[in-house]
Ligand binder design. Structure first.
Ligand code: PLP
Length: 397
């Protein structure tokens, strides 16, 4: 019997190893076969005449894809460019800002390590001061609760607390605030809309929405100077494909990491041709964005609901089997579950490796110095996979 939750939906649409329980879609996504086929067709089209493609067709093709991605993200195509990944997008923003010595960049203790590394490098090279703030109620993470929820704070109260925290870190030298839309290790959805509405006029804000495309509808918040999102995580894109969205006042100063002769075509034109590259992941984006409707008969929203329901049922199994304490739901098919013991990043990595040996792939993280499983569910996962996870965990922990 397949009620749509117990078993995977159409697993033959992926090349994933059936011997393994794949519970970490969030890190790298998993590219469906029809998208790989679209990418292969795009490569073949390029090969019919590389000269014609790169010289005559590339810019128009990228513009058409940008339009489709902008429609998917419900944002202005004139502010959207395609980049390889979130890591590149962050560095594009940092390198485009006029950062004076002693300027400050505010970020949080949940900022993704590669983003933090980019901030630290900009600070080292340009004499800028990094200012890390703790998310409100961070200590609650240690006992397994999401910030702002276990003590009965409403979402609005948590948003207000976050705004107050960030506002308290601002001063006249603050050049940028960097904030996650969905945090990585802890899988928390942060109220970026409220933060951008409250502080977007005071300071440029970069929203790291690496996980947002496909998980959050219309994810680009009003008031953000910069927003980035990976399309190769939850939007089924071939690796590598991400979007960077820049608000009008900043478009003239945002430039790609390599100098481009296309700069004469303005902000979007400057990103279209950065020397000879493989554009096939970008060219396959229309197929990726059409994948849920064309092959699963679902919208992204319906698929997200199905995947979140699988995760809820799977987590209930884990709780019953192993007595794990579950954090409150976040409405997403990705959640970090505390294992109830302290551990470093290295110990989290070791645990992940041991689970992989048992045929279970899951992100193992250590936000707040506490070991967590960060579980992600995509269509190719059914509740039955959680029985494998429970067995592997029981053997390993
Ligand atoms: C919040 C966040 N930001 C940035 C990244 C970096 O993404 P990429 O490796 O595609 O550059 C990730 C990756 O998981 C992430 O979770």
């Amino acid at each position: 019997m397949n009620d749509g939750l117990t078993r995977p939906l159409r697993p033959h649409l992926w090349l994933l190893d059936p011997e393994v329980a794949h519970l970490n879609h969030g890190s790298y996504g998993a590219v469906p076969r029809p998208v790989l086929e679209a990418q292969r067709r795009a490569a073949e089209a390029v090969e019919r005449s590389p000269e014609r493609f790169y010289r005559a067709d590339l810019t128009a093709a990228i513009d058409a894809v940008r339009g489709r991605v902008a429609e998917f993200l419900a944002t202005d195509p004139d502010g959207l460019v395609l980049v390889q990944n979130a890591t590149e997008a962050v560095q594009v923003v940092l390198s485009s800002l006029a950062l004076e010595p002693l300027a400050e960049i505010v970020y949080t203790d949940h900022t993704y390590p590669w983003v933090k590394a980019a901030i630290e490098r900009a600070c080292d090279e340009r004499g800028v001061v990094p200012r890390c703030v703790a998310l409100p109620n961070r200590s609650e993470l240690a006992d397994g609760s999401a910030p702002g929820q276990s003590d009965g704070l409403s979402e609005a109260e948590f948003a207000a607390a976050l705004v107050t925290t960030l506002k308290g870190a601002l001063n006249e030298r603050t050049a940028l605030v960097v904030l996650d839309q969905i945090t990585s290790a802890s899988a928390l959805r942060l109220p970026v809309e409220a933060v951008c509405a409250a502080l977007g006029d005071e300071v440029p804000i970069l929203i790291d929405g690496a996980h947002a495309p496909g998980l959050i509808d219309a994810p680009v918040p009003k008031g953000a100077a910069f927003w980035l999102g990976n399309l190769h995580k939850w939007a089924f894109a071939a690796r590598t494909a991400a979007a960077l969205v820049v608000a009008p006042p900043w478009r003239e100063r945002v430039r790609p990491l390599v100098a481009s002769a296309g700069a004469a075509r303005g902000f979007t034109g400057s990103f279209s041709y950065l020397g000879t590259q493989d554009p096939t992941a970008y060219l396959a984006l229309p197929a990726a964005l059409a994948f849920p409707a064309d092959h699963l008969g679902m919208t992204f929203g319906r698929l997200r609901e199905r995947n979140t329901a699988v995760l809820e049922l799977g987590l209930a199994r884990l709780r019953d089997a192993l007595g794990l304490r579950l954090p409150p739901g976040n409405g997403l098919p990705m959640r970090a579950v505390p294992l109830g013991r302290a551990g470093s990043d290295a110990e989290a990595g070791e645990l992940g490796a041991r689970l992989r040996e048992k045929g279970v792939e899951v992100a193992t993280t250590s936000p707040g110095g506490q070991l967590h499983l960060r579980l992600s569910v995509q269509a190719y996962v059914g509740v039955e996979e959680f029985a494998r996870l429970a067995a592997a965990l029981a053997a390993v922990v």
